[in-house]
Ligand binder design. Structure first.
Ligand SMILES: C[S@@+](CC[C@H](N)C(=O)[O-])C[C@H]1O[C@@H](n2cnc3c(N)ncnc32)[C@H](O)[C@@H]1O
Length: 265
C-alpha cells in the first residue's frame, strides 16, 4: 500500500510539472509577451526612458523554431527576483531536454540554482551541468551593473540547489559548481564542448561582451547559446545589438521572452 502511495505521489508531481510547462509556453508566454510589447509601445509613445525596459531591434524567432521538444516539465515554480520567467524556464528546459546524452551544459550565473536544477532534471542522465558564480568576496575585472549586487550578495548562495543536495537527490550529482569572475575564469578546458550555454551573469555591458566571447568559444558546432534579460537590462541590450550589427551572426530574440537565441553552425 505504501509503495502504491509513493507511486501515486510521484505521478501527481510529474503531472503537475507537465501542467506548469504547458501553462508556461501556451498561456504565460504569449500573454506576458504581449504585456511587455504594450509597455514598450507606451514608453515610446510617451517618450519615457527607464533603466529596466528598452526598445529592442533584434529580429524575433518563435520558440517552436528553436526546439522540437513540445512536452516540457518545470520544477521549482516559485519565482524570485533574479530568476528567469516561467516561460523562459520552460524554453531552457526544452533546450536542455534536446541535448544529447552525455552533453555538457554551461550556465554563467547560478543565483539560487533554479535554472541549474531545471536544466539538470530536464536533461538526460549522463549530462553534466556546469554553473559558474561570483562569490561576494571575489574581486571583479569590470564593474558590475548598478542594482545587481543583491544577486551576488545572497545569504545562501545556490539556496535551492543546496536544498535538493541535502535531500540526497541523485540527479543533482550531475551538477558541478564553479566559482569565479566570468571575465577572469579559464574557459579553455570547455572549448567546443558544450551543447547549451546559458549566459545570465552580470548584466553590465563589459561582462555581456566578455561572457559572449567565452560562450562562443565553449559552445560546440550545432550547440546553442541563450542569453537572458535582453530588452530588460540596458547593458545586455546594447552589447547584443552591437554584436549583431557588427558581426551579423543571426542573434534572435525568442518572441514573448527576454531570451536571445543563437546556434553555432
Ligand atoms: C540574474 S542572476 C542568475 C539567475 C539564474 N541564472 C537563474 O536563472 O535563476 C545573476 C548571477 O550572476 C552572478 N554573477 C554576477 N556577476 C558575475 C561575474 N562577474 N562572474 C560570475 N557570475 C556573476 C551573480 O552572482 C548571480 O548569481
Amino acid at each position: 500500500m505504501r509503495g502504491e502511495n509513493i507511486m501515486d505521489d510521484k505521478e501527481t508531481k510529474e503531472t503537475k510539472n507537465f501542467l506548469y510547462g504547458f501553462y508556461a509556453l501556451r498561456f504565460y508566454l504569449p500573454f506576458s509577451g504581449l504585456a511587455r510589447s504594450w509597455q514598450r509601445f507606451w514608453k515610446k509613445r510617451l517618450n519615457k526612458k527607464s533603466q529596466l525596459l528598452q526598445q529592442i531591434n533584434l529580429p524575433k524567432i518563435s520558440w517552436k523554431k528553436c526546439t522540437p521538444v513540445r512536452k516540457i516539465k518545470i520544477w521549482e515554480t516559485e519565482t524570485k527576483n533574479g530568476n528567469v520567467r516561467i516561460s523562459e524556464l520552460a524554453m531552457l528546459n526544452a533546450l536542455a531536454a534536446h541535448c544529447e546524452d552525455g552533453a555538457n551544459i554551461f550556465e554563467i550565473g547560478t543565483f539560487d540554482g533554479r535554472t541549474t536544477l531545471n536544466m539538470t532534471f530536464s536533461s538526460s542522465s549522463n549530462c553534466r551541468i556546469y554553473t559558474l558564480d561570483l562569490m561576494p568576496e571575489m574581486e571583479t575585472r569590470f564593474n558590475l551593473a548598478a542594482g545587481e549586487r543583491h544577486m551576488v550578495e545572497v545569504k545562501v548562495p545556490a539556496e535551492r540547489l543546496m536544498k535538493h543536495l541535502e535531500a540526497g537527490e541523485q540527479a543533482v550529482q550531475k551538477i558541478r559548481r564553479l566559482f569565479g569572475d566570468s571575465a577572469k575564469f579559464d574557459f579553455s578546458p570547455f572549448k567546443n564542448s558544450c551543447s547549451l550555454v546559458f549566459v545570465d551573469g552580470s548584466h553590465a555591458y563589459d561582462y555581456v561582451k566578455s561572457d559572449t566571447r567565452n560562450a562562443m568559444k565553449i559552445v560546440k558546432p550545432g550547440g546553442v547559446i541563450v542569453w537572458h534579460d535582453y530588452g530588460i537590462w540596458s547593458g545586455v541590450t546594447k552589447a547584443l545589438e552591437e554584436i549583431e550589427a557588427e558581426e551579423k551572426i543571426g542573434l534572435r530574440n525568442i518572441r514573448g521572452t527576454s531570451l536571445v537565441f543563437w546556434k553555432k553552425v
